[in-house]
Structures are given as C-alpha cells and as structure tokens.
Ligand binder design. Sequence first.
Ligand code: ADE
Ligand code: ZN
Length: 345
Amino acid sequence: MNQTERETRNAFIAAVPKAELHLHIEGSLEPDMMFALARRNGVDLPYATVEDVRAAYRFSNLQEFLDLYYLGMGALIEERDFYELTLAYLERAHADSVRHVEIFFDPQGHTQRGVAFDTAISGIVRALEDGEERFGISWKLIMCFLRHLSEEAAFETLEEAQPWLDRIAGVGLDSSEVGHPPEKFARVFARCRELGLKLVAHAGEEGPPDYVWQALDTLKIDRIDHGNRALEDEALTDRLVQEGHTLTVCPLSNLKLCVIDDIADSPVKRMLDRGIKATVNSDDPSYFGGYINDNYRAVADALDMSVEDMATLAINSFEGSFLDEATIAQRRAEVEAVLKRHAGL
Ligand code: ADE
Ligand code: ZN
C-alpha cells in the first residue's frame, strides 16, 4: 500500500460512522482531568505531575494496569465528576465519527470507596442524555461486575441498580480474569437474563479458551469482550463463526497489557478472515494511548488491511450492538454510502 492509499484509508477511518462497544468510562479519565478533579475534591494522588502519571502507564499484564485504574478513579467523587468524565469521552468519540456507544461502568469501583451508586450512574446517564442531544450519539449503558469480588457483592450491586434498570441495557464482567472464571457468576447472570438485561463478559483476554466456553455455555452471553484466546481452540473458533458471535477486540489495549507482543500480532484480521464478527474498540483509551480511530489505524497499518476491511469492522460494530434492527440497517447503509464515496476517489 502506497502513501496515497494509506491516506485514503485513514480518511475513510476518520469519516466512517462506527459504534464503540467496549469502553470503560473510568478508563477514559485523562491525566489532566484526573489531576483537576483530585484537586477540586481534595483527593491525594501518588503523582506529582501529569507527566508522572503518563510515565506510570507501563504495564506488563492486566493486573498492573488494574491497580492504577482503580487508583485513578479515586479522583471521581461528585455527580458532576462522572458527568464531566462521560461528556469529555463523548466529545472525543464524536470527533472519531462514533454514532453509537455501549459504555461500561464499574459501580463497585466507586461504592467500595464510599461513593454512592446513584452518584456515579446519575452523572454518567445525564452526560449520555446530553451527549445524544449535542452530538447525536445514541447509547446503551452496561453495568459491570468486578470478577475479583464475590458473587454476593455482585448480587448486592444488582439490588442497588434496581431503580435504574430502565437505563441499564446490560451487565458485563471485568477486572482480574485469571482465577475468576465466568462460572463464578452463573447465578447472577441468570438473574440478569430473567430481568431482560443483555449479557456480556470479558473472556479470553488473559484467561484460557475454557473461560470463553463458560461465557457461552454457562453465562449465555450475547457478546464476548476481547476473546483473543478463543483462536487457540479450533472447535471454539468454529462455534463463534457458526453462531455469529461478536467479539469486541481492543488492539492497543492488547499491546499495552502484553496480551500481544506486537500490534502486528493483533487477531483482528485473522478473525475477520476466519468469518468471526470482530469489532475494534479502545477499552481504556486514556491508559492505552489511543481512542477508537487510533485503534482502527493501528491494525490497518500493521496488518495491511483495506478500506473494505475497515468498512466491515464498522458494519460489525453496528450489527454486534444492542440497537434495534431498523437502526442497524440504517447505520449499515450509511457505512456503505461512505465506502462508495471513497471508492470513487
Ligand atoms: N477493566 C477495565 N479494563 C479492563 C480490561 N481490559 N480487562 C479487564 N477488566 C478491565
Ligand atoms: Zn475491557
């Protein structure tokens, strides 16, 4: 691919409408906002400068990241902090032509340190509503359970969520994966399904293919977050293809957390070539050095992916979303229209 072709592809990435399906809102807390909020709230951070924060963002595994992620979210105290955090993300996503977001939040990361469930969700929802009006970004909110905590704690969180269930589209499972298999949350997920919630789970990020099997068979999830290690298991890969499961892959996250050694090892293209509905997402953009379009460009460059591949990723992002069928068809047509325009360049 020559320079002109690369520029055309990058212009397509910038312009194409897309959905972000794997984004932890607390992971979009940029260091300068972290400092500003900490100062406003009188919270002590173990960093002297914004540069110190950035310098600390070197991780050799998921847990090293999570330790800083939980520390950073300590700056979020008031309802307006959650509002400002979420609105800043939406503004950034809008610049990347994001039309729909399915945002994760970690209520237990807040309630555990004395910030009320209602404070966190109220600020997030208010920003999502304002963001929809201001930027035209539709949204779904996904409440994640921290898998290093107990089943009982997850049930307590679900109880706190009751008054908000009309604004929560689904539940997810995140935090330290290895040693905390999906089956630990079988009963909570069964209850959430009864309540009509969509179900997703991080599986196969660091954990073995067996965790992806459990997410499918025991939790009965509607979408898999990451899923990288599913490719180690041929029967599992076949099943993902046959049943048409969507995987929310996060290339720069994978690189920063040493799930892969090089961005060229990202499984995105292998998944697409194999018939898996892969999508590209930013996970925790402030910690991993890039928002969604940075992730699209990173895999496009490293794996020599075409404009058509980028269009497939954008279409997969809508088809794998929890939007209704009519809206999905509309968004798909919009992606195809942008593709047609670029093909004529
Ligand atoms: N929480 C925030 N980001 C996460 C990730 N990539 N994996 C597991 N838990 C997370
Ligand atoms: Zn994640």
